[in-house]
Design a protein around this ligand. Structure first.
Ligand SMILES: NC(=O)c1ccc[n+]([C@@H]2O[C@H](COP(=O)([O-])OP(=O)(O)OC[C@H]3O[C@@H](n4cnc5c(N)ncnc54)[C@H](OP(=O)(O)O)[C@@H]3O)[C@@H](O)[C@H]2O)c1
Length: 302
């Protein structure tokens, strides 16, 4: 039966089936490794949902081969690509045009190949995070926020929160990295970022409206350190968010729920950060709704 296939027309209407033609718009995710990426699942779900003639593929590209791969994809007619570890710095360097989001966050996760052959670069993590809060009805204009971590994701999240006028304090295990983040994002007309000692952050919870973990603490396969923070000093109306999404209920969120606080998990950020690329490559701003959340949850549970 291997040589029997369904008629192509049935593939057009059957959800989850993909038909590649000469006209099919192509995009993908570049990483190394990339097999763990959930981006193909999300984008191909949206392509089927909106009936778009497109396909989104995983693109395993080894370190050192990034520039060749990107120029090859562009020459082959791809619309663009998401970029993940370890290529986010190389993506910053290869761009002809950097969107303000990329400049502010110092990293790139979305490349758009323009019709004139140039490459435009965006960072969508920060706005994806803010959109995930808004989708849960969190008032993102209400601050201040206490941010744990000073890595790549922290800077993107901090930049988007600052852009919405929130005051941001950062605590990071390596203080010098928190200071560097504060220096990079202060100025430019925004509220200055303040730095809090890592050892003190639970004492400094009072006065903050939002607590966000952007460290990899609590992540499946991440640092082994036990992370069961004392949230007893958190204000009763504090919102707690964790951008780690494997597991979905992280130790921080579990502690927050036990303390009676409202929580927002990291899956919304992952779904919302994907929207801008999809819109640029395929022409539709996709909806993050219960269906895609359920698809994603089922995949995470496997
Ligand atoms: N939901 C989403 O869409 C989304 C998007 C992007 C990232 N993420 C997640 O966010 C996390 C961070 O990603 P990233 O790209 O920012 O990574 P990164 O640049 O490597 O930064 C890692 C951060 O975690 C801290 N950290 C690591 N081990 C620690 C430990 N044992 N104790 C205390 N702090 C520790 C680091 O502190 P030091 O500076 O002291 O090393 C640093 O602040 C990852 O789990 C990633 O999966 C989620």
């Amino acid at each position: 039966m291997d040589d029997v296939v369904e008629h192509p027309s049935s593939a057009l209407v059957a959800p989850g089936r993909l038909t590649i033609r000469g006209t099919t718009a192509l995009a993908g995710v570049i990483g190394w490794p990339v097999a763990h990426s959930r981006s193909p699942l999300l984008h191909n779900f949206w392509l089927a949902r909106y009936g778009i003639d497109g396909a989104y593929v995983p693109l395993p590209v080894a370190p050192g081969a990034f520039d060749v791969a990107v120029h090859g994809l562009r020459a082959a007619g791809f619309r663009g690509a998401n970029v993940t570890i370890p290529h986010k710095e190389a993506a910053f360097a290869i761009a002809d045009r950097l969107h303000r989001s990329a400049v502010r966050s110092g990293s790139v996760n979305t490349l758009v190949f323009a019709q004139d052959g140039t490459i435009e670069a965006h960072s969508t993590d920060g706005d994806g995070f803010v959109a995930s809060l808004e989708a849960k009805g969190v008032d993102v204009a209400r601050g201040p926020v206490l941010l744990l971590g000073a890595g790549g994701a922290a800077r993107a999240v901090a930049a988007s929160l600052l852009d919405r006028g929130m005051a941001v304090s950062v605590a990071n295990r390596t203080t010098a990295r928190a200071v560097a983040l504060a220096e990079a994002l202060s100025g430019d007309g925004s509220v200055p970022v303040s730095v809090i000692d890592w050892a003190d952050w639970t004492d400094r919870l009072p006065g903050h409206a939002l607590l966000v973990n952007t460290t990899s603490l609590g992540m499946h396969g991440g640092p082994g350190d036990v992370f069961t923070p004392d949230l007893s000093r958190a204000p009763d109306d504090m919102v707690v968010s964790d951008i780690v999404y494997v597991p979905r209920m992280t130790p921080l969120l579990t502690a927050a729920v036990a303390r009676g606080l409202r929580v927002v998990d990291g899956t919304g950020m992952l779904l919302h950060q994907a929207r801008l690329g999809f819109k640029c490559w395929f022409g539709v701003d996709p909806e993050v709704d219960a269906d895609i959340q359920a698809l994603f949850d089922a995949d995470l549970a496997r």
